[in-house]
Design a protein around this ligand. Structure first.
Ligand code: V55
Ligand code: FE
Length: 527
């Protein structure tokens, strides 16, 4: 029954552990986020905020900032404690970033959502079996203004109408979603604003409004750029790129040596919906527009930027790379959710686009316009979208892969962003980290046990030229029975069931994470 995999017999575990697994953030932080949006009166919220009253966050800090709670502490830890053996030839940096609220919000915005905290970057430099840790807030324009004022000045998530008048004209970007390394710069990203460039070794902020030397013309840039698997170019885009609520999308390619923009195009989307991630193949660019929408009316409620409108369809757009976007075609689909690209490729006129997603909204803190949030329908699965550009086709097709694997935050071996790929990775809630193999069509898991939650993992190639999927998964484990202390763990991506190879034992809880990124040592600048 076991299919030929080239892997040792018995190394494969079938999926099928827990059908109802977790959602995008862990369920507890979701519940707290939901609570924070309701009429909470008992948790000290009434006593927080305002400079003259002294600085005070909500009593339960997890109400604020989601799964990562509030850290605010920038640390250096030279030569971390390591249990087990870090492979002697493992050389690189594991970067991660997440929202870490700098100041409590004023009373009228205390139900702001976890996605709005200020970006706090952490890095683990791994070399010769040693690990050095560093964390720094990104010095965004927003961070600097609030630092000087010693208070929150920006209101609700991506709703500038809620800001203090004094910050008009400053970038609202929090740089809290992903860190990405290209042309020698560490880019801290939030999709409502341009990148913030940081020094990859010191984490010093170098440019709080980085436009690739003026090549990025729009006002926004995605948290999920891609690397061309052949040329090393970065391909990225920005939505609402001509300003709040605009239906304009800018797409750019960036040279890996010079950092200059080598190609750009502008397109229009069917409606202003969340475009969190996208697809780039050798030949095509794909956008999935989902009914997570914004509008003047939604913003006028002084809530977060987005709301879920179940009456709208989804639209999959496919265009050629390198052109002017005039060939863009839109294919219609059910109004469903998809957040992160696992992988994608073009095969002649056919394009394949794998994302994690669900039949409905997966973010309970974004209001729904027509019905209440359904946590069961929000459980994530891997969805393969398909169109054949040679056909007269109006709709795109969707297939659910590995239906028993439930999770979010899909990743792959980052060396395969634009080409046919074999291995995908998923943060699969109580199932642990899932590794899916599209060749054998089997899933394997690393399950840390009941007292630990796992953040998103990154794939680390065993060597720069190792075959696809041959390497490690690296990421943060949160020890729930140890006051949520953090460990960095390393497992073999082909043998997750063997357990951890090495644990970097942190003496405290480190800042929360949305996404992480691995950079090999030979790609880093010389010290
Ligand atoms: C996402 C995360 C964001 C955001 C928009 O995971 C979408 C999806 C951490 O911020 O602003
Ligand atoms: Fe993301």
């Amino acid at each position: 029954m076991q299919k030929q995999s080239g892997l040792p017999a018995g190394a494969v575990t079938r999926a099928g552990l827990e059908p109802d697994s977790t959602l995008t953030l862990d369920r507890r932080s979701f519940l707290r986020a939901a609570l924070a949006g309701g009429a909470v009166t008992s948790t000290g919220l009434a006593s927080m905020r305002s400079a003259e009253a002294g600085l005070s966050f909500p009593e339960d800090r997890r109400l604020f900032g989601g799964g990562g709670a509030v850290s605010r502490s920038e640390n250096d830890l030279y030569d971390c404690e390591v249990e087990g053996d870090i492979p002697a030839d493992l050389d690189g940096v594991f970067y991660r970033v997440g929202p870490d609220p700098q100041y409590p919000k004023p009373a009228q915005y205390e139900n702001d959502i976890p996605f709005d905290g200020e970006g706090h970057v952490t890095m683990f430099r791994i070399k010769d079996g040693h690990v050095d840790y560093r964390s720094r807030y990104v010095r965004t324009q927003r961070w600097k203004a609030q630092h000087a004022a010693r208070s929150s000045l920006f209101g609700m998530y991506r709703n500038p109408g809620t800001d203090a008048p004094s910050v008009k004209g400053l970038s609202r970007g929090t740089a809290n979603t992903q860190v990405f390394y290209h042309h020698g710069k560490l880019l801290a990203l939030k999709e409502d604003s341009p990148p913030v460039a940081m020094d990859p070794l010191t984490l010093e902020t170098l440019d709080d409004y980085y436009t690739f030397g003026g090549g990025l013309k729009g006002e926004t840039f995605t948290a999920h750029p891609k690397i061309d698997s052949h040329t090393g170019e970065l391909i990225g885009f920005g939505y609402e790129a001509k300003g709040l609520l605009t239906d304009d999308v800018e797409i750019i390619s960036v040279d890996p040596k010079t950092g200059k923009v080598t190609w750009s195009a502008w397109i229009k989307v069917p409606y202003a919906g969340m475009l969190h991630d996208f697809g780039v193949t050798e030949k095509h660019i794909m956008f999935l527009v989902i009914p997570m929408v914004s509008s003047r009316e939604i913003l006028a409620r002084n809530g977060p930027h987005f709301a879920w409108d179940s009456t709208l369809p989804s639209w999959l757009g496919v265009m050629a790379r390198g052109g002017d976007g005039s060939d863009l075609r839109w294919f219609k689909g059910k109004g469903e959710m998809a957040t992160h690209t696992m992988g994608n490729w073009s095969d002649g006129s056919k394009v394949y686009f794998d994302m994690d997603g669900a039949p409905t909204n997966q973010f309970p803190f974004f209001p729904q316009l027509h019905e209440s949030f359904d946590p069961n329908a929000a459980s994530g699965q891997i969805r393969r979208m398909r169109v054949d550009l040679s056909r007269k086709q109006d709709n795109f097709e969707v297939e659910i892969l590995y239906p028993e694997v439930r999770g979010v935050l899909a990743r792959q071996d980052d060396r395969y962003h634009t080409v046919h790929y074999r291995f995908g990775f998923l943060q699969a809630g109580r199932q642990g980290w899932a590794i899916v193999d599209h060749q054998t069509q089997l899933a394997k898991f690393y399950n840390p046990g009941p007292d630990t939650t796992l953040a998103e993992m990154c794939f680390v190639p065993r060597r720069k030229d190792a075959p696809e999927g041959d390497g490690y998964l690296i990421g943060i484990a949160t020890r729930l029975k140890e006051n949520s202390r953090s460990d960095l763990i390393l497992i073999d991506a082909q043998h997750p069931e063997d357990g951890v190879i090495a644990t970097v034992h942190m003496p405290y809880r480190i800042p929360g994470q949305v996404h992480g990124f691995w950079v090999g040592g030979s790609d880093l600048p010389e010290v």
